[in-house]
Design a protein around this ligand. Structure first.
Ligand SMILES: Cc1cc2nc3c(=O)[nH]c(=O)nc-3n(C[C@H](O)[C@H](O)[C@H](O)COP(=O)(O)OP(=O)(O)OC[C@H]3O[C@@H](n4cnc5c(N)ncnc54)[C@H](O)[C@@H]3O)c2cc1C
Length: 313
């Protein structure tokens, strides 16, 4: 029994080494045991077995095919600004995008095609400079376009979803497809993108006056500076706002604003933000999440739902 288990484990280990070697042979320069704390705005997260940054669609497709043929799980990483990666890290392939995926093309009076790795603030400002309006409310979302579409990033003043005309994806077999507007569904910080990798999107914006759009962008930025702890290590809102309520106010009313647990604390500036203020582990953040959920439930009967995504072991 012990021998069979040993052989099973050693076959699995060999397979896992082989597929990473295959990524190397294909020129995809995988980083082994790459600490994901280096790639998340929380600065928290254990290692990825193999971390690849694909710079072309060909590299992304090849990485996916190699992982798939070895049965290795795949995780897509954007800017890591909505993620809590657990301390044990992420098994299999973690795939990030750069290079060709950082391009923005202006295709007509209102159409923009952007790669999934384009940072949202850069996209919004580039569009504003061309007199294209619509995305101003999300200028302060620090993520990349792919992550913003998956999460339907937004604020009370607007979300990205209504401006997405088409999304280009690679499935886990490395096949390219296009999801048309009519098949896309967006909800509150959610979409129906599923398990595919977003590689680019076509956005349909509105024509506007450049000076007005720039002024709206500046207003949004200023509001954020005044109300959010944007210079700390965090992932934005921890919890979604329950219908008709504000998670931040409910947490504040539970007496936890500023409360610290290990290296994590409820932001003294905005109670729906958790900050890694002193070398926090994912376990500190998760313990704080549990405490907040429990206190808010006890005080109001409402079960808060996470907005940040928790991944890994
Ligand atoms: C200071 C601060 C302020 C914030 N303010 C806001 C705000 O106002 N509104 C808001 O909505 N969010 C906000 N956020 C959260 C975060 O920036 C957004 O959710 C953002 O859209 C996440 O993008 P990302 O590239 O960082 O995605 P990641 O955090 O890397 O990933 C998020 C999810 O998307 C998936 N994903 C990422 N890229 C792809 C891809 N190319 N294809 C398929 N799946 C992919 C990941 O697997 C993961 O499930 C804030 C965060 C911070 C740190």
């Amino acid at each position: 029994m012990v021998k069979i288990e040993y052989e099973r484990k050693s076959r699995a280990a060999k397979r896992s080494v082989n597929w990473i070697e295959e990524l190397e042979r294909a020129g995809l320069s995988p980083l082994r045991d790459e600490p994901l704390a280096r790639h998340t705005s929380f600065k928290i997260g254990g290692p990825a077995d193999a971390f690849v940054t694909a710079r072309t669609p060909g590299q992304a497709a090849a990485s996916l095919r190699i992982a798939r043929s070895a049965g290795a799980p795949v995780f897509f990483l954007g800017w890591g600004s909505n993620l809590l990666v657990r301390d044990g890290g992420v098994r299999g392939l973690t795939l990030a995008l750069g290079g060709d995926f950082e391009r923005i093309e202006f295709l007509g009076p209102t159409l923009v095609r952007a790669g999934a790795a384009v940072r949202v603030p850069q996209l919004v400002v580039s569009c504003a400079e061309k007199g294209l309006s619509g995305l101003e409310p999300i200028v302060g979302v620090p993520g990349a376009l792919g992550g913003a579409i998956v999460m339907n990033a937004g604020t009370r003043e607007g979300e990205i979803g209504p401006f997405v005309d088409e999304v280009e994806t690679l499935d886990l077999a490395g096949q390219l497809s296009v999801i048309a507007r009519s098949s896309l569904r967006f909800g509150y910080r959610s979409s129906n993108i599923g398990t595919a990798l977003i590689v680019s999107a076509l956005l349909r914006l509105k024509r506007g006056v450049k000076a007005d759009i720039m002024a709206a962008v500046a207003r949004q930025q200023q509001k954020r500076f005044q109300t959010q702890p944007i210079h700390t290590f965090n992932v934005g809102s921890t919890f979604k706002n329950p219908p008709g309520r504000f998670a931040a106010r409910m947490i504040e009313q539970s007496g936890l604003k500023g409360y610290a647990l290990g290296g994590a604390r409820v932001s003294p500036m905005h109670a729906n933000f958790i900050e890694n203020f002193a070398g926090a582990k994912a376990s500190d953040v998760l313990a704080l999440v549990d405490l907040i959920s429990e206190r808010v439930r006890a005080a109001s009967g409402v079960q808060l739902e996470l907005e940040m995504r928790v991944v890994g072991e």
